[in-house]
Design a protein around this ligand. Sequence first.
Ligand code: T4K
Length: 406
Amino acid sequence: MPKAEPVHSPKNRVGDLKIFGGSPAFIEKLHVGRPNVGNSQKFLERVNDILKRKWLTNNGPYVDEFERRVVELTGVKHCIAICNATIALEIAVRALGFNGEVIVPSFTFVATAHALQWQEITPIFCDVDPQTHTIDPNEIEKLITPRTSGIIAVNLWGNSCDITKLEEIAAQRRLKLLFDSAHAFGCSYQGRMIGGFGNAEVFSFHATKFVNTFEGGAIVTNDDDLARATRLMQNFGFTTYDQIACVGTNGKMSEISAAMGLTNLESMDDFIAVNRRHHKQYEEELTGLPGISVLSTDEKEQCNYQYVVLEIDADKTIVTRDELLQILHHENVLARRYFYPGCHRMEPYSSSQLSLPETERISNRVLSLPTGTSITPADISSICGIIRLVVTDGGEISERLRGETR
Ligand code: T4K
């Protein structure tokens, strides 16, 4: 597909916006989560090798090598490659013996909650910290009941949770602790790579993640017994050709996915460098705009910078987050309001009428913006130009938008 190029019609006035009759800023749509692809030649060589070997899946050599690379990169003892992170969460939940109730943040992708509910374990939704958007440890204690068996904490956007506090709570209350680190591959906490905390962690290598295996995920753990159990469960429970040790599923990663993963891992540093530059550019170009901030990362830690998260305080911008989203979509900038409205407000979980003030506040003000190797600095300047115009002329824009829908 041809690269999205800005149309040469600068957005100087409100009337230049597509929503009010101007031409769109981009001819092609700009996506959040456009896949990064490393050296495609190298990938195709691997694919040819796979075809020659005629070993396509079931723990082949590429999956082995991919697991070893993840172990090297994270410093964790075991990596079990899985077909996607949702199944990885489900397997980890089962292998850890979670049952009854498990405490999870509501502000996460719905797969975190589904991995529990799918196994008839009740997710108990917890509020999040306004700075990091991760589970608030101070809220957890209130939610623990005799039925609580564990916590799934999410290292959302690659920002780590307060892991020290979570490990303390888990130890004191004898709860299992699983990290959904779908966003946090390549990130660190207090200088240690994410992956080795709690009882286990789960990564996602979905196409939209900065390192992708098309679809893919992994369970990582330092616990030998847990590693053995998850490896069995990921392959129907087979110990040998015809011996079954436990209930299992098919969570295997295919060789072609592992080949993609290995290829992309070779470019991982470049992907991070690009993401980091983009993140910085967004921060710089949007700095000082009233009501607009880019969620920051801890500069002392390693980060993959794969999400650029904008926070919009509508009291100051006048234009709401959803109006800005609508305007950006008209300009072909497909920003996303991840993870609106919070799991506790989503259909399968919304019956409780639970109120989680921070989750509700944050999920009404965040937007994820395009980044990654498909986006250029010029694209970012154009996107920031639109946001600047919208905020600067917020009064006029909101009046026109609201007038038109009256
Ligand atoms: N835990 C957390 C905290 C998660 O965020 C996720 C997944 C999981 C667990 C489960 O991981 P997996 O089971 O998926 O491994 C996307 C991803 O599908 C999902 O992996 C991700 N989190 C979630 C945050 O985002 P959608 O609904 O946004 O996908 P979609 O198809 O709308 O794609 C997003 C954008 O990327 C679109 O603008 C199109 C573009 N895109 C997408 C794909 C797949 C491309 O340009 N090319 C592509 O191949 O969920």
